[in-house]
Design a protein around this ligand. Sequence first.
Ligand code: ZN
Ligand code: ZN
Length: 152
Amino acid sequence: MQCPKDGTDLIEERMHGIEVDHCGTCNGRWLDHHELDELEATRADEDERRGTIRFADRTSDLRCPICGEPMAAFNYRAYDLEIDTCRDEHGFWLDAGEEGRVRDIIDERVRELKRSASAEVAWGDFLNGLSGGGGGDGVWGSVRRFFGGGRR
Ligand SMILES: [Zn+2]
Ligand SMILES: [Zn+2]
């Protein structure tokens, strides 16, 4: 298999435990179709990997190293990271360093998901504190007692 950018023969390499094809000239990497998910799986569990990966699909000027057809370029998870993929699902082309950006984006996504989950829990506790807990008639009872007792 040859590099879609410069035609160099790709060399198999292990990256984060995944077999990818690496170009020694431009440092790009070819991932088989299922390997992008495997790369995400090194940082996030299945729930955290849900959602659309491909945004703003357009035709790329690179050709698939397997079938030779023009690939599609897209924005990975709507971030400012352009990845090329074969429309026949042969795989993904990552330019030099883009596999690191994929992992950074996934890390950021996991942090976001955790933060919104803990915000929901905190909000739930707040609501419970208002409706239940404390002395019988709760907040409004204390307010009435305050005003009722104050004047006279
Ligand atoms: Zn190359
Ligand atoms: Zn292809």
